[in-house]
Ligand binder design. Structure first.
Ligand code: UD1
Length: 338
């Protein structure tokens, strides 16, 4: 049987690479496009080790129409998964136009090229950042968009708006709003590879534990939460990856030429930063050096998903615990240090 080809933009990155593995293992043929602007070939090598064969890969930029056309000329895709985007909140504040150009232009160019080649199905990587500081917790998909705290957040809101406006011209689209992806592949051959000092919590935790960073700073313990630290919905990256297949299969079953829907991807369980540190110490047996510092500007105090819609409609549930995710992240960090 001919395998269905799936275009995975940003497939050399953290979430894209995990999704490539899940797709391949489920019998699809992912085709990776990446320009290595925020990555290198480390995760491509990891994919190859896990699968025992080199993934199909084309190097290039999704804002480059000529390049994208060459990808679509070479392959007939059943679906596109668009992970390629910049995601650093802090960097987006420093370089807003760089973010707007990359994140918006790549989506628009991709949609135009999909149209040219009659490829209609798209899974888009959105984020819980679209909600800003939500009025109600857990947050469901009907919550309104608040003013984005950063240009990065604004690009995710704008991309969703573009999709909402454009899908009726012949696209079938699902936007997945990720909460906080953490962890690594259980084989320890794939994981997060932050460039320079990590912005996100878990890579900072594992780098501190291994001695690459002196100590972790907990950003604030004066939030209105039980222990004062922020609360998030941490979701294992492999669970996140498998949800893309549920979304793709759901899209495939839809009748008609146009479709648009959004789903939260979270566990539905809120875990505080201090709880996460305790869970890390328990799961790994490593004591973490940390201090309490001031709040980080732009941080939301408390957010976690209401995943009812994704559970019911896509038939997807998170399977891994936060402890397992932290153990896998730690095993990946240790592997990197070898
Ligand atoms: C941010 C973005 C989110 C994006 C995600 C991945 C916002 C509001 N959130 O999530 O959209 O998808 O990054 O790039 O734009 N923390 C510490 N010490 C640290 C690092 C983090 O205490 O050294 C705390 C933070 O204050 C926060 C929690 O850990 O409460 C999680 O932080 P982080 O991993 O950066 O994710 P978010 O800010 O939730």
């Amino acid at each position: 049987m001919v395998k269905k080809k799936i275009l995975v933009t940003g497939g050399a990155g953290y979430i894209g690479a995990h999704t490539v593995v899940e797709l391949s293992q489920a019998g699809f043929e992912p085709v990776i496009v990446d320009n290595f602007s925020k990555s290198d070939d480390t995760l491509l090598k990891g994919i190859e080790k896990i699968l025992g064969s080199k993934p199909v890969f084309m190097e290039g930029n999704c804002t480059d129409r000529t390049f994208l056309r060459s990808v679509f000329e070479k392959h007939q895709f059943a679906c596109v998964m668009h992970f390629a985007a910049f995601k650093s909140v802090g960097e987006s504040v420093q370089r807003p136009l760089y973010y707007y150009h990359n994140n918006i232009e790549s989506l628009v160019t991709l949609l135009e090229v999909m149209k040219e080649f009659n490829v209609n199905d798209l899974i888009f990587s959105s984020s819980c950042t679209v909600y800003g500081e939500p009025d109600q917790i857990p947050v469901d998909e009907s919550a309104p968009f608040k003013r984005a705290e950063s240009p990065y957040g604004a690009t995710k809101q704008m991309c969703e708006r573009i999709l909402e406006d454009a899908y009726s011209s012949g696209f079938r689209v699902i936007s997945l709003r990720y909460f906080n992806p953490i962890g690594a592949h259980p084989s320890a051959l794939l994981g997060e590879l932050p460039i320079g000092t990590p912005n996100n919590l878990v890579p900072y935790v594992t780098q501190t534990a291994i001695g690459k960073r002196e100590q972790l700073t907990v950003f604030g313990n004066d939030y209105t939460t039980p222990d004062g630290s922020c609360i998030r919905d941490f979701i294992h990256v492999v669970d996140l990856a498998t949800a893309h297949m549920n979304a793709m299969q759901y899209l495939d079953k839809q009748k008609g030429d146009t479709f648009y829907n959004v789903f939260n991807l979270g566990t539905g369980v809120g875990v505080s930063v201090l709880e996460l540190i305790t869970k890390f110490e328990k799961a790994t047996g490593v004591k973490l050096n940390y201090v309490i510092g001031p709040r980080r500007s732009g941080d939301v105090g408390k957010t976690y998903a209401d995943p009812t819609k994704v559970n019911k409609e896509l038939g997807w549930n998170a399977k891994y615990s936060v402890e397992e995710a932290l153990l896998h992240a730690w095993q990946w960090e240790q592997k990197l240090a070898q």
